[in-house]
Ligand binder design. Structure first.
Ligand SMILES: Nc1ncnc2c1ncn2[C@@H]1O[C@H](COP(=O)(O)OP(=O)(O)OP(=O)(O)O)[C@@H](O)[C@H]1O
Ligand SMILES: [Mg+2]
Length: 441
């Protein structure tokens, strides 16, 4: 006959002990394998060891940290006196500190929300971010305002941009959406042209502009889209993908003709949409919908900087066409990705108007603070400081900004050879756009 373990009182008494022994064994096992685990699988190490230890530390030292950062608020003096009298010399009540929520693990660290005390501002927490990072022994802490009276505090245990790993693509690829790198939060850096149709990519020489374009092209090449290149440096950068380009202009004269052909194509699409009674190409039936066109311009300065009178007319016409495309293109399936070292008015009067049309901005390392300001616009000073702090060793790192706010990110290192190979492998997907190729003939 089987005797149930629970029917033996002495066996029942050993349960808590056994649980403790097992827990101790697991904990010491994890501590022993910890360093190896951290090297081989930082994400698993973080979830199993790093995060629990950090969360415990944060919860334990929160009150002292808030007081040290000047974020604790003393109780009213009257209350202190009353409590002293009533409590017969007992220690006065502790100062109030902001309450925090659950300390949630993230892929690259942890985050928590904190409720401000009356009279406190999110900026008070932003100023304390470095002290928090020191105390929690993490790479960085970023504080953002979540909603009135509440801030989100995100800590990163290591810099996800130091060596971003190319993630495996999960799920179906969405049209015109490409994961081009990793964000400072550890999340994927996504360029979604249907959400933000036009992007300006700025950076000093060898800061990572072309690499970002390689990553974008590598993601777009397998999709049913047309890619069009404008590379007035004789096609040195973009001719890599010529097998997958529906058209490539390699000097200013060609660029001007190609851009005006693109404006005509856009206007023709507008007529189609108007006749069908829809506001954009996505409203058309799938069979009738024209192919989306992504226009990539590498080195905008080559288009605008001119010597003679004749060139000036070409540059002016090209600039006007680009502005027109930017204004009309998004709804009609024409998207712009423009890269350059500078985007100042020194390039010509049209550049400021053009810049205003780009809702998406990417600012790599720049040669002067003015360029960062021009690229990122009137964003907050933290974004500008982050852009100016990018060093030459961090090529590919950038501050990206859009209506959604700003972030640091680093593109995946997609080499020229990788980009060329992807373009060649998908050459059969290149849509023929005779109206564009005719402009180059
Ligand atoms: N995301 C990245 N990760 C690691 N290294 C990078 C990254 N992006 C760029 N680099 C390094 O920087 C070098 C220069 O990058 P890239 O050619 O993209 O610069 P660029 O801004 O286009 O320069 P230029 O203005 O001269 O054309 C690359 O060859 C590569 O070694
Ligand atoms: Mg380049």
């Amino acid at each position: 006959m089987t005797i149930l373990a629970s029917s033996d009182p002495s066996a029942g008494a050993t349960w808590p002990g056994r649980v403790l022994v097992v827990a101790a064994l697991v904990a010491s096992g994890l501590l022993i394998v910890g360093p190896a685990l951290r090297r081989r699988s930082p994400a698993a190490w973080w979830l199993l060891l790093g995060y629990p230890a950090s969360a415990f530390h944060v919860a334990r030292t929160w009150r002292a940290l808030m007081a040290g950062c000047g974020l604790a608020v003393s109780r009213r003096p009257a209350l202190t006196v009353v409590s002293g009298l009533v409590g017969n010399g007992a220690s006065p009540p502790q100062p109030r500190v902001p309450r925090h929520g659950f300390i949630r693990p993230t892929g690259a660290g942890f985050e928590l929300v904190a409720r401000l005390l009356p009279g406190q501002l999110p900026d008070d927490f932003v100023k304390a971010a470095s002290a928090m990072a020191e105390d929690w022994q993490v790479h960085a802490v970023r504080v953002t305002s979540l909603r009135p009276g509440v801030v989100r505090i995100a800590a990163l245990y290591a810099d996800p941009l130091a060596a971003p790993r190319v993630p495996r693509t999960r799920g179906p690829v969405r049209l015109l959406r490409v994961v081009v790198g990793t964000l400072g939060t550890g999340a994927p850096w996504v360029i979604d042209l249907r959400r933000i149709p036009h992007w300006l990519i700025v950076g000093a020489t060898r800061s990572g502009k072309s690499t970002l374009i390689h990553a974008l092209v590598a993601g777009l090449a397998p999709q049913p889209v047309a890619l069009v290149g404008i590379d007035c440096k004789g096609g040195m950068e973009l001719s890599l993908y010529s097998a997958r380009l529906s058209a490539l202009a390699i000097d200013r004269a060609q660029a001007e003709r190609l851009l005006s052909a693109l404006v005509d194509l856009t206007l023709a699409r507008m007529t189609v949409c108007r006749t069908a009674g829809v506001r954009n190409i996505w409203g058309l039936a799938e069979k009738e919908r024209p192919v989306p066109v992504v226009v990539i311009v590498d080195e905008i300065a080559e288009l605008f900087l001119v010597a003679g009178r004749h060139e000036k007319d070409e540059a002016h016409a090209a600039g006007t066409a680009l502005i027109r495309l930017a204004q009309l293109g998004a709804a009609l399936g024409v998207f712009l990705v423009v890269a350059g070292q500078r985007v100042g008015s020194d390039l010509g009067p049209g550049v400021t108007a053009l810049r205003a049309q780009f809702a998406g901005r990417v600012c790599h390392r720049v040669a002067d603070p003015g360029t960062a300001g021009m690229t990122l616009g009137d964003l907050n000073s933290h974004a500008l400081k982050a852009a100016q702090a990018i060093t030459p060793e961090q090529a590919g790192t950038a501050v990206l900004a859009s209506g959604d706010g700003w972030e640091r990110g680093r593109s995946h290192l997609v080499t020229e050879a990788d980009a060329e190979a992807v373009a060649t492998a998908h050459a059969h997907l290149t849509p023929a756009l005779p109206e564009l190729s005719a402009a180059l003939a």
